[in-house]
Ligand binder design. Structure first.
Ligand SMILES: *[C@@H]1O[C@H](CO)[C@@H](O)[C@H](O)[C@H]1NC(C)=O
Ligand SMILES: *[C@@H]1O[C@H](CO)[C@@H](O)[C@H](O)[C@H]1NC(C)=O
Length: 427
């Protein structure tokens, strides 16, 4: 263990007693902030952009995998001139931040040079600042908007909000340029192998909410993670084939992508007795976390299935809590999927039709570096009491769409190893 990331924000608070001390961290006010409106530019846009109605949609290739890397990242270009940064896309949190030379109190080794905060500071009275802080908070003398985000895995970032230009390479060569608010993080204790986090939550500070409030894209995002590693992330609502998607309403009340209503856990199409599961979707979580009872129900079904097969518990493998040895050392999950059964989360849609989120073996198992099969659904009791968190592993080979404009979450099976083709633009 140790490589997995759990991504929900547990806490967002203001740290008002700390003063940024360096001259490099006092960029000028005014300028871009007062200029207001963002500009939308399609750079080297070819005519196919228009023909295919890609319009403002953005497609971002993803790198990484569930195992062994334990996270995904996408390259975002920030600043003027734009510089590349590897960011971890997290639908469990709102704020996008970069490890920042403010200077750093604590920063980890980053793939790129630390982000130099040349942009405008966000004033403490800015609504974006308020949207990050629930309840009362006091502006300090300098009226900067300070933030602290704490994630479920214990990692955190602390810094100040700045405004800067973000350049998204749009699908097929165009690009979309916008002034957005992001965090200049000068204090990140703990390990990290990226330059920062791309916040894709529901809140107003989320990058897609910001682009959407500037009229640049619809407030919709989605991802397609491949079981072969990589995949893509997208912003906007014209990249999927609407009728193919299974939709479930998203809770208005929750700050996270939680579904309205509960689901029943089925194993190999049969009920497990686990019925009232609250689900939330979090791309910042590598694995899937179930409540103790649901975890017990699932793992005991899997063990029962294996008892009749040539697998034994791999006690010497601590990659994940439950690993099994086969008759040989495996390299690819596809060598063993036929020995395992799928599970599903089934929703009662009112009428006779049942909606399901199906999870085939390759979306709940991994092959460890010791060649064993390990279960990627974990007991989440300690990290997420009362919630069942669908993490990256179980969202693989599916298009997962977070429609904030209409408050729905959707999914459909998909080969995520290729960027979307023009089929998505038919209709
Ligand atoms: C992030 O992506 C880059 C290239 O796209 C890749 O070289 C790097 O290994 C990735 N990092 C992680 C942690 O996945
Ligand atoms: C899940 O974790 C909790 C807290 O550590 C523990 O009490 C419980 O027994 C675990 N459940 C299972 C099925 O292992």
């Amino acid at each position: 263990m140790g490589k997995e990331k759990v991504g929900l924000v547990a806490l967002v608070l203001i740290v008002s007693s700390w003063a940024v001390s360096s001259a490099s961290s006092s960029p000028s006010f005014g300028g871009d902030l007062s200029r207001g409106k963002a500009s939308l530019t399609f750079g080297s846009a070819s005519s196919s952009l228009v023909l295919n109605r890609v319009g403002s949609s953005v497609v971002l290739p993803l790198d990484g995998n569930v195992y062994p890397t334990g996270s995904y990242n996408t390259t975002i270009h920030i600043g003027q001139p734009p510089k590349p940064y590897f960011l971890d896309p997290d639908t469990g949190s709102d704020l996008t931040w970069l490890q920042c030379d403010a200077p750093c109190v604590q920063c980890t080794r980053t793939p790129h040079p630390l982000y130099p905060p040349k942009g405008d500071l966000v004033n403490c009275n800015n609504p974006m600042c308020a949207s990050l802080h629930s309840g009362d908070y006091k502006c300090d003398r300098l009226e900067r908007c300070e933030y602290k985000v704490q994630y479920a895995d214990g990692s955190s970032s602390r810094g100040v909000l700045v405004k800067d230009v973000v350049n998204f390479e749009s699908y097929r060569g165009g690009f979309l340029r916008s002034h957005v608010t992001l965090g200049c993080g000068y204090d990140q204790p703990g390990p990290s192998n990226v330059d920062g986090v791309l916040g894709l939550g529901k809140g107003g500070s989320s990058i897609v909410s910001q682009l959407s409030s500037q009229g640049l894209v619809a407030n919709v995002l989605g991802h397609c993670l491949s079981t072969r590693g990589g995949g893509f992330l997208f912003f906007g609502d014209d990249l999927y084939d609407f009728p193919r998607i299974t939709w479930r309403p998203l809770s208005y009340k929750s700050k996270h992508y939680s579904l309205v209503g509960t689901a029943e856990l089925l194993f190999a199409g049969k009920p497990t007795g686990q019925k009232d599961l609250f689900l939330l979707f979090d791309s910042g979580s590598t694995y899937t976390y179930f409540s103790s009872e649901a975890y017990e129900a699932l793992s005991s079904r899997v063990k029962e299935e294996l008892r009749r097969k040539d697998f034994t518990k791999a006690v010497d493998d601590d990659t994940l809590p439950l690993c099994w040895k086969g008759w040989k050392s495996f390299k690819d999950i596809r060598e063993v999927t036929k020995y395992f059964k799928p599970f599903a989360l089934s929703f009662n849609s009112g009428g006779r039709t049942k909606t399901q989120f199906e999870v085939p073996p390759e979306s709940y198992l991994i092959i460890s570096d010791k060649g064993n099969v390990c279960m990627g659904v974990l007991n989440g009791t300690e990290i997420y009491p009362n919630a069942n968190v669908i993490g990256d592993i179980s969202m693989q080979d599916k298009m997962v769409i977070y429609d904030n404009a209409n408050h729905f979450l959707g999914w459909a099976s998909e080969d995520c190893s290729q960027l979307p083709k023009s089929r998505a633009f038919a209709a």
